[in-house]
Design a protein around this ligand. Sequence first.
Ligand SMILES: C[C@H](O)[C@H](O)[C@H]1CNC2=NC(N)=NC(=O)C2=N1
Length: 124
Amino acid sequence: MLDLTTKKCVPCNSKEMRPMAEESAHHLIPKVEGWNLVKEDGILKLNRSWKVKSFTKGLEFFKFVADVAEAEGHHPDLHLVGWNNIKIEIWTHAVGGLTENDFILAAKINKLDLHHLLRKKVSA
Ligand SMILES: C[C@H](O)[C@H](O)[C@H]1CNC2=NC(N)=NC(=O)C2=N1
């Protein structure tokens, strides 16, 4: 399969769009490093968390992600809690589950170079 970052999200309002089977999601999750496959209230979602340097750098992180989402026409759920903990959840609301759009968006978020906004990992 082509690298997910070379693909484009498609509009979610087509009647044919269906949530993918859990097996398909498990097949795709290795292609989006760092992202988790979770099921919440029966809905499959992707999520990933980061610790940022500050509250404002968390908002900067979201702005970079928002630009990708707007370019793709597909949008994540953004969480910023405890001032420097961010979590991004991605799922296709129109179908109540996961579609390839979600994996494309996650892959394109992974391509952003946002290390300057992240807290350095504390060595064990
Ligand atoms: C027409 C357009 O595809 C829809 O309005 C989009 C907008 N962004 C979206 N983002 C997500 N995550 N799920 C959707 O169902 C969705 N629908």
